[in-house]
Design a protein around this ligand. Structure first.
Ligand code: C5P
Length: 316
């Protein structure tokens, strides 16, 4: 006589065999079966991952070029020609490619980006330089993130309670350059060809006998933003408003590619419409938002917040 356990085992085996037979006879693929499985593999381990779910901004996020230049990610000639026009550059595409090749003899050929994974949650604090950070007491909250991206000269010393004191990534270009500690990633924005040459020059190996110059940052942590991201931000996100996007707006667009959760601080003009800073008194009362479409940029950031794609912290 068969025991109940034995009968159950035979029944289960028969069921499995029937299911396998049916699967092979049908036109079903493994993906179809996977779609019936109620427990899907998560894109990340946050409560809500940026790339999960369908929202109106997802196609825009998915249309991004690779955010960083690497040896394997050259820029297309079409993107180069767009970039060239914005800065009135005369030198040809071949010169750009030669420069990039030289850069990758110094910097990591594949910039260090923490990849998305179902067992981690990459939380990012993007900290702009708006005066709306003054008196905000966001410091502790900002420091709590895994990745803390600051822009240009935005200081922390003396402003800790409002802006925090940790920095994992600092965005800069030659005109806004400072010196970084050896643990901070330099996220380099090339607005023009001259910027790439500046980078090359700033990190060029010293000639024999020459005194070692102070380096801007740890060369192993340098990440060069793909200039195609500028065109993408301008055309896809800002619908061609403004001359070109601001560094802060492009950093937001970039963070949608490298983070699972984005919390935005320090964005927004003052009551007169000027992009005043939390760390200085505004002198030029007619600054507005420079050559950038500040209102359009803020509208996009505001909408992303409304649709819960990101969270925008507006200050006190
Ligand atoms: O002024 P700065 O370019 O260093 O600021 C960094 C970024 O922060 C800007 O590119 C802009 O996107 C953002 N910003 C802002 N509102 C301000 C000041 C700056 O949105 N009042």
């Amino acid at each position: 006589m068969l025991s109940t356990l034995g009968k159950t085992r035979i029944l289960l085996t028969l069921l499995c065999l029937t299911a396998t037979g049916l699967f092979y006879k049908s036109k079903w693929s493994l993906t179809d079966l996977y779609s019936l499985w109620p427990y899907k593999l998560r894109a990340c381990n946050c409560q809500k991952c940026l790339t999960e779910g369908e929202h109106e901004y997802k196609p825009l996020i998915d249309a991004s070029p690779k955010p960083f230049l690497s040896k394997q990610t050259p820029m297309s000639e079409d993107d180069f020609n767009w970039w060239k026009k914005v800065q009135r550059e005369k030198r040809p595409f071949s010169f750009f490619n030669e420069t990039v090749d030289k850069l990758f003899t110094i910097f990591p050929p594949n910039p260090h980006v923490l990849q998305q994974s179902s067992d981690r949650c990459r939380t990012c604090a993007l900290v702009g330089n708006s005066a709306n950070l003054k008196g905000s007491h966001y410091g502790q909250l900002i420091d709590y993130h895994d990745i803390i991206i600051r822009i240009n000269r935005g200081p922390t010393i003396g402003y800790e309670s409002d802006v925090g004191n940790r920095t994992t990534h600092r965005v800069m270009y030659p005109e806004s350059a400072s010196y970084l500690d050896k643990n901070t990633h330099l996220v380099f924005f090339p607005f023009k060809m001259k910027d790439l040459l500046w980078l090359l020059n700033s990190f060029a190996p010293q000639k024999k006998g020459q005194e070692e110059a102070k380096r801007r940052a740890n060369k192993d942590l340098v990440m060069i933003v793909n200039p195609a991201l500028m065109r993408y931000s301008h055309e896809i996100w800002l619908k061609k408003k403004g001359r070109y996007p601001s560094t802060g707006f492009m950093t937001l667009v970039l963070s949608l590619q490298i983070c699972d959760e984005v919390n935005v601080f320090g964005f927004g003009a003052d009551k007169d419409g000027n992009w005043s800073h939390y760390f200085e008194i505004l002198r030029n009362k007619r600054l507005r938002t420079g050559p950038h479409a500040g209102t359009q940029e803020y509208e996009v950031i505001h909408m992303l917040d409304q649709k819960e794609v990101i969270s925008l912290y507006k200050g006190p």
